[in-house]
Design a protein around this ligand. Structure first.
Ligand code: COA
Ligand code: AMP
Length: 628
C-alpha cells in the first residue's frame, strides 16, 4: 500500500490502525482497545494494557537471539574512545542498575532525574528506570544549575543520576558542582545521587547523599521488568514554553512503544540489525526517541556520538562515523549541516557512503541550500520532517518505508497517519490551501503524544487545547498546499529555535528583568546564517542608572549564561530608551524581528509611538543588523 492508502486506512479506522500497530510490541496484557476517550478532550491510549518499555527495548531482542548484536556504539571523539555494547551486555548492565535503584527504594512511579552527557550510561539509566516503572526526567547538560533546580522542584525526584563531567571541545563541563548548586537552590531534595565518575574528571562525592555508579551496583540482585499500565508515564521531558517555567511533557508508556516502533519501519525504513544514528543529545526529544528508545525497540544498533559536527576534529567527523559504523539511516539538525557546509562548501571531505540510505532533518526549518548541498554530496534522499517535544515523533514526513513521495523543498511533506493537520484562521476556521494560518491538529492526538503536562493539567489545557476547541494548537504557523504538503514557517509564540535548540525568549526576559539596572526588556530571535536564529536582548535601564551601557550588557549576558546556561547562546544585547509597544502595552516583538532581519515591515496600526521604531532601527544597525 502507498502513503495515500495507508493514511486513508487510518482515517477510516483509527482504532483498527493502532491496534494493528500494537502487534509490533510484546505485551504483558494485550490492549482490548486503543483509544480511551472517557476524559475527552483529554485522551489516552491502550489504558487497559500492561507492558514494560525496557523489555521491548532490550530483553526481547536477547530472547530472539540477537544478544550478540551491538545495541549501542559509543563513538566519542572528544575522549578519543569507541565502545560497543551488545544487547546481552545491555540487558545485564541495565538490570543491575535497575536492581540497585530498587534496592535503594526506587519504586514504580518515583521520579529520577538523569543529568548526563552523551555516554551509554545515560541510555542505561533511562532504560533502568523504565525497567522498574520509575519515571525519568533527563536534563540537558547545557543548562545551568538554576534550570536543573526548577526541574528538581517540579518533578520532585527521589534520586538523581549524574555524570561527573561532560566534555565540550573547548572545556570540561563540571556537572557535579552544577548538580550540587541545583540541589542547594531547590526546595525539594533527592534522597540520593548516583554519580558516574568519568576519567576526565573525578568528582568529590557528598557523604551520605552521593554514591559512585559502580559501588552503587556492587553485589545487587538484578531487577526484572515491572509491568506498568499503558498510560503510566515513561518519562517527563521539560521543554520551553512562553514563560520561564518549562513545561513537563509527559510521555505515556504504551503509546510511546507502539508509535515509535511503527515509525522505524514506516518513516525511517529500518529494522532489526540496521545501524541508526541520530546526531542529537539525550537531553532533547530527538535523543529520547531516536538515540535511545525507537532504535532499541526496533532491534537496531544505535550510535551514541559524543562530539560535534565540526571541530572534533574536523568537518568530516559525521562522514567518518557513518562509514565506520555502517550507518544506514542518519538523522541530524539542519544547523549541524550548515556548520559542516561552512567549512567544506565543496563537499570535498564527503567520501562515498554506499551503506547510507537516507538523511533525515528536523528540529528547525530545513533551508533549501542545506538540502541541496546534502543531497548533492551524500547522494541520498534528504527527508525534512516536522515534529515537537510534545508529539515525540514526526507529525509530517516523507515516509520512506511506505513510499518515497515527491520531495518539495521547503516542506516536511505530508501528515503522518494519526495526525489530522489543519491550518486555521484566528476564528478557528480552516483556511484554503496556500493561506498562512495557525497549524492545529484535530483531537485526539495519536498514541505516544503528550496526554498532559506533569502536575499542570490546567496549563496543558490552556497552552494547547483552549485556543481552538477540538484541536491541539502546535504553536507553529504555516500553510498547506493543494497536494497536502505542509510548510512550517514560524512560531506563533515566544519560542525561538537556536541551533536546533528550543528556547523561550520569555525565560530570558525574566532573567534580564532581574538585573538591578534593568527596568524593562525584550528578547527576540534574529536570523542567523548558522544557527537559524540567535537571541538578542533590548534593555531599558532604570531612571538614574548611569552605569556604562557595555558594562550592563556584559553583566546581562553573564546572567543569562549563569541562570539558563550556555545553551541559551545569549551573547548580544543593546540598551535603548524605550521599547515599541501597542497602545495597550504589548511589546511589538514581531516588528522588531522584521526590522532586525531587514525584511519588509508595516507600521503597526496599534503602535503607541512610531518614533520609537527609528531608535530601535538605529540600535540594531549599531550591531550590524537591520540592513535594508
Ligand atoms: N553541555 C554543556 N554545554 C553545551 C552543551 C552540552 N551538552 N551543548 C552545547 N553547549 C554549549 C556550547 O559549548 C556553547 O558554549 P560557548 O558559548 O561557551 O561556546 C553553547 O552551549 C552554545 O552551543 P551551540 O549552540 O551548540 O553552539 P556551538 O557553536 O558550540 O556549535 C553547532 C554549533 C551548529 C555545531 C551545534 O549547535 C550543533 O551541532 N547543533 C546541532 C544541534 C542538534 O543536534 N540539536 C538537536 C535537535 S534535533
Ligand atoms: P522541539 O520541541 O525542541 O523539537 O521543537 C519543536 C519546534 O521546532 C517545532 O514546533 C517547530 O517550530 C520547529 N521544528 C521542528 N522540526 C521542524 C521542521 N522540520 N521544519 C520547521 N520547523 C521545525
Amino acid at each position: 500500500m502507498g502513503y495515500a492508502q495507508i493514511y486513508k486506512s487510518w482515517q477510516d479506522d483509527p482504532e483498527g490502525f493502532w491496534l494493528s500497530a500494537a502487534g509490533g510490541i510484546d505485551w504483558v496484557t494485550k490492549p482490548s482497545r486503543a483509544l480511551d476517550a472517557s476524559r475527552a478532550p483529554l485522551y489516552e491510549w491502550f489504558t487497559d494494557a500492561t507492558v514494560n518499555t525496557c523489555w521491548n527495548a532490550v530483553d526481547r531482542h536477547v530472547i530472539a537471539g540477537r544478544g550478540k548484536q551491538p545495541a549501542i556504539i559509543h563513538d566519542s571523539p572528544v575522549t578519543g574512545t569507541k565502545h560497543v555494547i551488545t544487547y546481552a551486555e545491555l540487558q545485564d548492565r541495565v538490570s543491575r542498575l535497575a536492581g540497585a535503584l530498587k534496592a535503594k527504594g526506587i519504586e514504580k512511579g518515583d521520579r529520577v532525574i538523569i543529568y548526563m552527557p552523551m555516554v551509554p550510561e545515560a541510555l542505561e539509566a533511562m532504560l533502568a528506570c523504565g525497567r522498574i516503572g520509575a519515571i525519568h526526567s533527563v536534563v540537558f547538560g547545557g543548562f545551568a544549575a538554576h534550570e536543573l533546580a526548577v526541574r528538581i522542584d517540579d518533578c520532585t525526584p527521589k534520586a538523581i543520576i549524574a555524570a561527573s563531567c561532560g566534555i565540550e571541545p573547548s572545556r570540561v563541563v563540571h556537572y557535579k558542582p552544577l548538580l550540587d548548586a541545583a540541589i542547594e537552590q531547590a526546595t525539594h531534595k533527592p534522597d540520593f545521587c548516583v554519580i558516574f565518575q568519568r576519567e576526565q574528571e573525578v568528582a568529590k562525592l557528598t557523604p551520605g547523599r552521593d554514591v559512585a555508579w559502580h559501588e552503587f551496583q556492587f553485589g545487587v540482585t538484578p531487577a526484572d521488568c515491572t509491568p506498568v499500565e499503558g498510560n503510566h508515564p515513561a518519562y517527563i521531558l521539560y521543554t520551553s514554553g512562553t514563560t520561564g517555567a518549562p513545561k513537563g511533557v509527559v510521555r505515556p508508556t504504551a503509546g510511546h512503544l507502539v508509535a515509535l516502533n511503527w515509525t522505524m519501519r514506516a518513516i525511517y525504513n529500518v529494522g532489526a540489525g540496521d545501524v541508526f544514528w541520530a546526531a542529537s543529545d539525550v537531553g532533547w526529544v530527538v535523543g529520547h526517541s531516536y538515540i535511545c528508545y525507537a532504535p532499541l525497540i526496533a532491534g537496531c544498533t544505535t550510535v551514541v556520538y559524543e562530539g560535534k559536527p565540526v571541530g572534533t576534529p574536523d568537518a568530516a567527523a559525521f562522514w567518518r562515523v557513518i562509514g565506520e559504523h555502517k550507518v544506514k539511516t542518519f538523522f541530524t539538525a539542519p544547523t549541524a549541516l550548515r556548520a559542516i557546509k561552512r567549512e567544506d562548501p565543496e563537499g570535498k571531505l564527503v567520501p562515498p557512503l554506499p551503506g547510507l540510505q537516507a538523511l533525515y532533518l528536523a528540529g528547525e526549518r530545513a533551508d533549501p541550500d542545506t538540502i541541496h548541498w546534502a543531497g548533492k554530496h551524500l547522494n541520498v534522499p534528504v527527508i525534512d520532517h516536522w515534529w515537537q517535544t510534545e508529539t515525540g515523533y514526526a507529525i509530517a514526513a516523507n515516509p520512506l518505508g511506505i513510499e518515497h513521495l515527491p520531495v518539495k523543498i521547503g516542506s516536511p511533506s505530508v501528515a503522518m497517519p494519526g495526525y489530522d493537520v489543519q491550518v486555521l484562521d484566528e476564528g478557528g476556521h480552516a483556511v484554503s490551501p496556500g493561506t498562512l494560518g495557525a497549524i492545529a491538529i484535530k483531537l485526539p492526538l495519536p498514541p505516544g503524544t503528550l496526554p498532559t503536562l506533569w502536575n499542570a493539567e490546567d496549563r496543558f489545557l490552556k497552552s494547547y487545547l483552549t485556543h481552538f476547541p477540538g484541536y491541539y494548537e502546535t504553536g507553529d504557523a504555516g500553510y498547506v498546499d493543494a497536494d497536502g504538503y505542509l510548510y512550517i514557517m514560524a512560531r506563533t509564540d515566544d519560542v525561538i529555535n537556536v541551533a536546533g535548540h528550543r528556547l523561550s525568549t520569555g525565560a530570558m526576559e525574566e532573567v534580564l528583568a532581574s538585573h538591578k539596572d534593568v527596568a524593562e526588556c525584550a528578547v527576540i530571535g534574529v536570523a542567523d546564517d548558522l544557527k537559524g536564529q540567535s537571541p538578542l536582548g533590548f534593555l531599558c535601564l532604570n531612571k538614574g542608572s548611569n552605569r556604562p551601557h557595555d558594562e550592563v550588557v556584559r553583566e546581562c549576558v553573564k546572567l543569562v549564561r549563569d541562570q539558563i546556561g550556555p545553551v541559551a547562546d545569549f551573547k548580544r544585547a543593546v540598551v535603548v530608551d524605550r521599547l515599541p509597544k501597542t497602545r495597550s502595552g504589548k511589546i511589538l516583538r514581531g516588528t522588531m524581528v522584521k526590522i532586525a532581519d531587514g525584511q519588509p515591515w508595516k507600521m503597526p496600526a496599534t503602535i503607541d509611538d512610531p518614533a520609537i521604531l527609528d531608535e530601535i532601527t538605529t540600535a540594531l544597525q549599531s550591531l550590524g543588523l537591520a540592513k535594508a
